[in-house]
Design a protein around this ligand. Structure first.
Ligand SMILES: [Zn+2]
Length: 211
């Protein structure tokens, strides 16, 4: 399925980073991809100032990404039937929980510090699994009421945010998707949704409407 909104945008605004052949490769598997996205890069640097950490942010370039139909559908299936991934995704928390149980059982009434560590690990494991299950349930519910086209579009964007470069040097890289939904948002919405500083949200809003 082609994602109409993105294709229409590409017709209006030629992608600044599109290669000479005009081909788009899937960000996950490298196959030719029909579903194209343009995004505005945001660079965030965390700096320490007088014992406080503060963020310095700047807008980067426009970036072009693509996702093939197979990868988009696979990602959508993962989101909607997230329970199938519980074992794999929760394995680290399951291990923490198991280690906590062992520590607590071995050191109970023998070593208060180790026993406390064990209890902390049990709580951490339970919270991790609980967080995955509740977030997964909520997201699956949201996706189930979307149209197929919208669900594939949003699943593709989620895949891009997972696969796109997240760091360049000391900078964290994040991306604002450029699509009709984003263009309809106000400064404050952009600030909250994409964790932008107030000035950067204003600049982003202006830049998004300039292209
Ligand atoms: Zn792919």
């Amino acid at each position: 399925m082609r994602i109409q909104t993105i294709d229409k945008m590409d017709e209006v605004h030629q992608a600044p980073h599109k290669n000479n052949t005009g081909e788009c490769r899937c960000i996950q598997c490298g196959k030719n991809a029909a579903c194209r996205f343009r995004a505005l890069e945001v660079r965030t640097l965390h700096v320490r100032d007088m014992d406080r950490e503060k963020r310095v942010q700047a807008l980067g370039d426009y970036r072009d990404f693509a996702v093939c139909t197979e990868c988009a559908e696979q990602k959508l299936r993962e989101i909607v039937s997230y329970r199938g991934n519980i074992l794999r995704k929760c394995l680290p928390f399951g291990l923490i929980f198991a280690i906590g149980c062992v520590l607590t059982a071995v050191f109970i009434s023998k070593d208060r510090v180790m026993m406390t560590l064990g209890i902390a690990a049990i709580v951490c494991g339970i919270l991790g699994i609980w967080s995955f299950v509740t977030k997964g349930t909520e997201k699956a519910r949201e996706y189930k009421v979307k149209s197929k086209e919208k669900a594939l579009h949003d699943a593709s964007w989620e895949l891009i945010t997972e696969c796109a470069p997240a760091k360049e040097g000391d900078n964290d890289l994040t991306y604002i998707p450029i699509d009709p939904e984003t263009l309809s948002r106000k400064n404050g919405d952009l600030m909250v949704l994409y964790d932008l500083l107030p000035d950067i949200a204003v600049q982003a809003h202006k830049k998004l409407h300039e292209i």
